[in-house]
Design a protein around this ligand. Structure first.
Ligand code: ADP
Ligand code: ZN
Length: 210
């Protein structure tokens, strides 16, 4: 199956993606993770994207589309995939429509006050695991024991930009996909487990259809 995880920054797309990957075996394609890897490796793309990412602004569509075109052609995408952080604008969604047909777009809905609380206490690991200072009282990852870090764009000013960009540029995708009949709304304000239960209902339905 081919699905998209939609939702504001901090809605929990990354956490759900980890669980979906484990249970359904779908490759997890995260544009944010891919860009951060480029940044770390100091590739041309990474150096270019850096200033946008640190401020919490979108990297230009043309760059992202170029990157995703290559990624979606890879062999592991033939039988399905899960996109996290893409598409993030109407231009990107229109590109995706041209190359593929989606089974569902899961819109993870979380109120903004909850999101701000989550992002401002977020600790990240390079393995993809995510924790929160409020509940994780160590600077090591439970999965791989690496040193956790605070993302450059999890600082207050950047968080505000990311939420503004979401409202202006990404939120219109909710209507866009509703009109296409593929939108599925998931309440994401509770725990990761609660949200995953709701995600499974949708994905089990889709896989029984296949
Ligand atoms: P979050 O969803 O928590 O904001 P991501 O890890 O998905 O974080 O993305 C981090 C940053 O990477 C974004 O703020 C943006 O600068 C850039 N980025 C990721 N995906 C895209 C995209 N599809 N289009 C443009 N920029 C993107
Ligand atoms: Zn880790």
């Amino acid at each position: 199956m081919k699905i998209v995880l939609l939702g504001a920054p901090g809605a929990g797309k990354g956490s759900q993606a980890e669980l979906i990957k484990e249970k359904y075996g779908l490759p997890h394609i995260s544009t944010g993770d891919a860009l951060r890897k480029n940044l770390k490796d100091e590739t041309e793309l990474g150096l270019y994207a850096k200033s946008y990412m640190e401020k919490g602004l979108l990297v230009p569509d043309s760059i992202i589309v170029q990157m995703m075109k290559i990624r979606l052609e890879a062999d592991d995408c033939k039988n399905g995939y899960m996109l996290d952080g893409f598409p993030r604008s109407i231009v990107q969604a229109e590109f995706l429509d041209k190359v593929d047909t989606l089974d569902a777009v899961l819109n993870i809905e979380v109120p903004f006050d909850v999101i701000i609380e989550r992002l401002s206490g977020r600790l990240s690991c390079t393995c993809g695991a995510i924790y929160n200072k409020a509940t994780h009282h160590s600077d090591k990852c439970l999965k791989c024991n690496s040193q956790l870090y605070i993302r450059a764009d999890d600082k207050e000013e950047a968080i505000r930009n990311r939420l503004d960009v979401y409202t202006e540029t990404t939120a219109p995708l909710v209507d866009y996909y509703a009109k296409k009949g593929v939108l599925r709304t998931i309440v994401g304000a509770e725990t990761i487990k609660d949200t995953f239960k709701r995600v499974q209902v949708v994905l089990d339905q889709i896989s029984s259809r296949e």
